[in-house]
Design a protein around this ligand. Structure first.
Ligand code: ADP
Length: 609
């Protein structure tokens, strides 16, 4: 028998190492365009700040010359001489501070707004995707694109604009000042500096690679912890998980320590290099001063300007890594933002409710899940559901029963064959109308949201009046127990409906489905997670709700399908038998065999874990 274990996405062919997505400049431009004015202003301010920074060393040098001379004269003369350059310098500092404030403030604004519109656009796009898309991507991975990737892209963007502009302007400007101060010293510096910066950049990129590996290892360990903690009930039984996490954590610690060692070496070496340059400059500069080619102020200017060049070049080398990371984070965000689903959420024909019968036919449907293309789940499956009748699908687990329901909801498209509603192919009908107005879907585990019972039911038909909600709840036999709660319909359901019992949850879900007055009810193992008593209560409500509707009842427990007009036994993706309960029993085939198995005492056939 086919195992009922859902394939983990990572094992499916769709999750095979995919090529890195391309960065989509057009999509980025669309996000950036509304911010263009603020961005241009930020660029202008950043350039201004950088140009002022270029002036600072020269003015500092002038001040130092005054100071050097002043030390030999009296106080008054010194003050008179020193005030103008000091004031000029102060003015320059203030203006520079103002510009810095301006461009950083503007740039964060632009960054945040672009990030927010990226998040919103991505989220909206994710919501539109096919169910098959969510089979192929883990939720955590999608959430990471919304959070971490957008964040990374935003910081890179801000950094590249601010640091990139500043550093390149400053480096260029300061090299010019250096040359004006002392061509000879400059040539000397330009010989040494690139070699040092190059060595630093190489070492830096090694460190970044180490850091990335360490981060990936942390993520791996976190993933293990996440999986284990999230499935504590299952994991309880296995001690292996503990060792697994400890081993991953150990490896992660080792990597981080190696990274720490690398950072320490880098810091030590770069300190040595920077101090060496200062020493060398003073040493060589001193000899020029002795030959009267350089004033003390010029030497000071030269020192400060050369430091600026060093810092700028180091920044630029770091920025290269940031550009790569930012682009790939952005590419991951834009990839799903511009992805078009195979089945759009809305669009297509509808059938007016007064002429809607609810006649459903599956015609020679074959299907395999997109994540497992070579593995047929349904083969040449045909089934007719006459209006107002109840048809049950039973069979061994993994036989494809839930898949039939998923196809009718149009979560997936059949690989071959067609499904019709009142003679019209559902592929030509509006999916949101089909799901929202025609089919009421009740699954084994109803999903309730962390809000009031009222809102949870109203979710079936946004805008429904309170009266309609009450009526639907009465039809689902839920009104009684809801009103018995102290807060009645205002009772807030805990996360995933934890404040309600299984049977109550299921009846709230039924009320939600009935609120849209669906012509078709799709019950996928609606009672199989319940105990016998709750099952009876829900069963009664379901039978009442089934009146006058076309019902597709999927069940593993045969006790619930006895009353169906027709029972289809589905095994291995094919229809094995069709008939009423009595007919199938008399026939003595698979159904009769399943009946005997379930009647026998002993463990019920568990649904796959
Ligand atoms: P049943 O409801 O009869 O237990 P299902 O329709 O759930 O059977 O599953 C039929 C087969 O399809 C099984 O082999 C199952 O592993 C596979 N399957 C179900 N859902 C998916 C999915 N989302 N992606 C890939 N395979 C799936």
């Amino acid at each position: 028998q086919e195992s009922d274990v859902r394939p983990v996405p990572a094992a499916g062919p769709a999750a095979a190492p995919r090529p890195e997505p391309e960065f989509q400049w057009a999509a980025f431009w669309a996000m950036l365009r509304p911010q263009l004015l603020a961005l241009s202003a930020a660029v202008v301010l950043a350039l201004g700040a950088a140009l002022l920074n270029v002036q600072i060393p020269v003015l500092l040098g002038q001040l130092v010359d005054v100071v050097a001379r002043g030390a030999r004269t009296h106080m008054e003369g010194y003050l008179r001489a020193a005030r103008p350059p000091a004031l000029r310098l102060l003015g320059l500092y203030s203006l520079q501070a103002l510009l810095t404030f301006g461009y950083i403030a503007l740039l964060s604004r632009v960054g945040e707004q672009v990030a927010a519109s990226m998040r919103k656009a991505l989220f909206v796009s994710l919501l539109r995707q096919d169910v098959a898309f969510f089979d192929a991507h883990r939720t955590g991975q999608l959430v990471a694109r919304l959070t971490a990737d957008v964040q990374e892209f935003k910081s890179s963007f801000k950094l590249i604009i601010s640091q990139g502009l500043r550093s390149s302007t400053q480096a260029a400007g300061c090299v010019v000042s250096l040359y004006l101060l002392s061509p000879r010293l400059t040539v000397l510096l330009l010989l040494v500096l690139p070699a040092l910066v190059g060595a630093g950049a190489t070492l830096g990129s090694v460190l970044r690679a180490l850091s990335r590996q360490a981060q990936e290892q942390v993520a791996k360990a976190t993933g293990v912890a996440d999986e284990v903690l999230g499935n504590v009930r299952t994991v309880r039984a296995f001690a292996m998980e503990e060792q697994l996490y400890c081993a991953e954590a150990e490896r992660s610690s080792g990597m981080s320590q190696r990274l720490g060692l690398g950072i320490a070496a880098f810091q030590g070496l770069s300190n040595l290099a920077l101090n060496g340059i200062v020493l060398g400059t003073i040493f060589v500069g001193g000899s020029l001063m002795a030959g009267d080619q350089l004033s003390p102020g010029d030497l000071m200017s030269f020192l400060v300007a050369s430091q600026t060049v060093q810092r700028s070049l180091a920044n630029i080398s770091i920025l290269f890594g940031q550009v790569v990371r930012g682009l790939s984070a952005g590419a991951r965000v834009f990839e799903f933002m511009t992805l078009e689903p195979q089945v759009p959420l809305r669009g297509g024909g509808t059938i007016p409710s007064h002429s809607l019968l609810g006649h459903i036919a599956f015609k020679n449907v074959s299907f395999s899940y997109p994540t497992r293309p070579g593995h047929p789940v349904l083969q040449d499956f045909s089934l007719t559901l006459p209006p107002g009748e109840t048809v049950a699908i039973v069979g061994p687990s993994g036989g494809g029963k839930s898949t039939v329901a998923a196809l009718l909801e149009r979560f997936y498209e059949p690989t071959e064959g067609s499904i019709t509603l009142d003679g019209r192919d559902i592929a030509s009908l509006d999916p949101s109308w089909l799901r929202g107005r025609v089919i009421g879907f009740i699954s084994q585990e109803p999903v309730l949201f962390g809000t009031t019972i009222m809102e949870n039911i109203r979710f079936g038909k946004p805008g429904a009046s309170d009266e309609e909600v009450f009526a639907a709840a009465r039809m689902a036999d839920a009104d009684g127990f809801i009103r018995a709660f102290p807060d009645g319909y205002g009772t807030v359901v805990g996360e995933r409906g934890a404040a309600l019992s299984g049977g109550q949850r299921q009846r709230v879900a039924l009320a939600r489905a009935l609120l849209k007055a669906p012509a078709v009810l799709l019950l996928d193992e609606a009672t199989s997670a319940l105990d016998a008593e709750a099952e009876r209560a829900v069963q009664a409500a379901l039978e009442k709700a089934a009146r006058g509707r076309t019902v597709l009842l999927i069940a593993h427990r045969l006790s619930t399908v006895r009353g169906a007009n027709r029972i289809v036994v589905l095994a291995g993706g094919r229809v094995a038998e069709v008939g009423t309960h009595e007919e199938l029993l008399r026939r003595g085939g698979l159904y009769a065999q399943l009946m005997r198995q379930q009647a026998a005492p002993g463990p019920q056939h568990p649904r796959g874990e």
